[in-house]
Design a binder for this molecule. Structure first.
Ligand code: SAM
Length: 243
């Protein structure tokens, strides 16, 4: 991967960045994403935010080497600390856990006033982001699920709007867990992800069954069995090659 050729995961994130926007890529690491987007004429300006010194220096080095210092500002700071209200109209946050992404958005809420679109790629726990979007009046407008190098990634795209719109006509709990758009399409990566999750939860359930009985164990068992039932419903009880 470099600034000319992104991974499929980052290419999918790039696909949803608003044309001619000013972008902040939070947790940019090598700054490949904003560099690629500037070089391909998608964004007019980019901010690459990083909280850790090593990746920050790597971003600075790459942006300098590409001759993009006029177009990309590399900034060190925690989450949305690196932007001011009005700086950007699109934000990408990719390659972190869903809870961390939701925390970054929550802690920098006041910076989002002029932001039109969020493109978020959690490595796990996308439900934390879907919940944050609902609580903060952002409408999920698209979702993708892809598999690359035997890992499955979800990409969530949101704009301001009616946060419950994508969930109408479905069980909210299910939609939040697996994604309302992904649930409608049920692509092979989706089936694979949830078959593997189901297998994992079944294993956890079996371990809990052999644990010393306690109120806590019973509560956990109930929680896990509810998740299994929910995912079984989603998979239409199909026995797939991964179960
Ligand atoms: N976004 C790139 C991608 O998707 O390939 C890099 C992903 S890398 C796994 C996650 C990056 O996020 C790391 O470089 C880490 O230092 C940075 N990061 C983690 N928490 C952050 C925060 N609160 N604010 C800014 N950057 C953060």
């Amino acid at each position: 991967m470099n600034t000319d050729k992104l991974s499929v995961r980052l290419e999918t994130v790039a696909k949803y960045v608003l044309k001619d926007s000013k972008l902040a890529d939070i947790g940019s690491d090598h700054a490949y994403l904003p560099s690629y987007l500037v070089k391909n004429g998608v964004i007019t300006f980019g901010i690459a935010g990083e909280v850790v010194k090593g990746p920050f220096q790597s971003a600075e080095k790459n942006v300098r080497a590409e001759g993009l210092t006029d177009m990309i500002s590399v900034r060190m700071g925690d989450g949305l600390e690196v932007i001011q209200p009005g700086d950007v109209d699109c934000i990408t946050i990719a390659g972190m856990g869903g809870s961390l992404i939701a925390n970054i958005l929550e802690n920098g809420k006041e910076k989002l006033s002029t932001v039109k679109r969020l493109v978020l790629q959690p490595n796990l726990n996308a439900i934390a982001i879907r919940k944050w979007l609902i609580d903060n009046n952002w409408e999920l407008i698209a979702e993708e699920i892809i598999e690359e190098d035997s890992k499955i990634y979800e990409i969530l795209v949101a704009e301001r709007g009616d946060p419950l719109k994508p969930y109408r006509g479905m069980n909210l709990e299910t939609g939040l867990l697996v994604g309302p758009f992904l649930l409608q399409r049920k692509e092979s990566a989706f089936k694979k992800k949830w078959s593997l999750e189901k297998k994992n939860w079944k294993r956890i359930y079996e371990q809990l069954e052999s644990a010393a009985p306690s109120a806590e164990t019973e509560e956990k068992k109930l929680e896990v069995s509810e998740k299994i039932t929910l995912v079984e419903g989603v998979l239409d009880n199909e026995e797939s090659e991964w179960t």
